[in-house]
Design a protein around this ligand. Structure first.
Ligand code: HEC
Ligand code: HEC
Length: 188
């Protein structure tokens, strides 16, 4: 009798696990991504683009690596480090995939971009000819002037060292050259 009851209970429990559709897993990631919208924007436009980068439509492997780097201290941010540490390791890839699958926010109509600075050619080898990124290099086109200038300066000053090449590249440019590149990229 007891045996029968317990196997019924077990059977019911097993059925429940199997019945959980993948849609729930997607809902769960969506719920975990919800707090990100407070800063990165409900429609992908950051609430303060000068300090907060666009993550909608950004390169997936790059997003994943940044979350990992914020967690393990290879990239430091007073804001992002604690947020990334609160995420479960097993969710990082799913969260990165979730944001990478979104569409980069459309640009509001603006003036024609300035002509490309000549030092931009070397960036295109990794960040792609259209500067919209490709594994593993992130999209640069359309990030704000302030965010780009600050991250390029952080690499040059070796404050951001979570990549071996970027600090060297940025160190070889003058601040003036970096800012001209940032100006150009932000207008794309
Ligand atoms: C309180 C505001 C805030 C919240 C909430 C927030 N972020 Fe951020 N995020 C930032 C800021 C500011 C930066 C830039 C950090 C820096 O460069 O020092 C950033 C940077 C990032 C980057 C690096 C992007 C790049 O281009 O280098 C990723 C990835 C990221 N955030 C993902 C997330 C995810 C995922 C969540 C939600 C789990 C989240 N953020 C929640 C403010 C926030
Ligand atoms: C050898 C390949 C390579 C070249 C060449 C290169 N980059 Fe990068 N860049 C990368 C990679 C990879 C990353 C991601 C680093 C990380 O993991 O944080 C990156 C990151 C960046 C970031 C940070 C973006 C963000 O969202 O925080 C900026 C800005 C940047 N590069 C600008 C440039 C510019 C400007 C040039 C040309 C002068 C350039 N890069 C040349 C590979 C390259």
């Amino acid at each position: 009798m007891f045996k029968r009851v317990s196997s019924v209970v077990l059977g019911a429990g097993f059925g429940l696990v199997v019945a959980l559709p993948p849609a729930n897993a997607q809902d769960a990631i969506e719920a975990k991504a919800q707090p990100c919208a407070a800063c990165h924007g409900a429609k992908g436009v950051p609430t303060d683009a000068k300090t907060i980068p666009v993550i909608w439509g950004q390169e997936q492997s790059y997003l994943m690596k940044q979350l990992r780097d914020f967690r393990n201290g290879e990239r430091n941010s007073a804001i992002m480090s604690p947020i990334a540490k609160d995420l479960a390791e097993g969710d990082l890839r799913k969260i990165a995939a979730y944001f990478a699958a979104k569409t980069w926010p459309a640009k509001s109509a603006s003036a024609k971009p300035p002509s490309p600075p000549k030092s931009i050619a070397q960036c295109q080898a990794c960040h792609q000819p259209n500067l919209q990124g490709g594994m593993p290099a992130p999209r640069l086109a359309g990030l704000s002037y302030e965010y780009l200038a600050a991250s390029m300066r952080a690499f040059a000053a070796k404050e951001r060292t979570n990549n071996l090449d970027m600090p060297q590249f940025m160190h070889m440019l003058t601040e003036r050259e970096r800012n001209a590149i940032a100006r150009y990229l932000s207008a794309l």
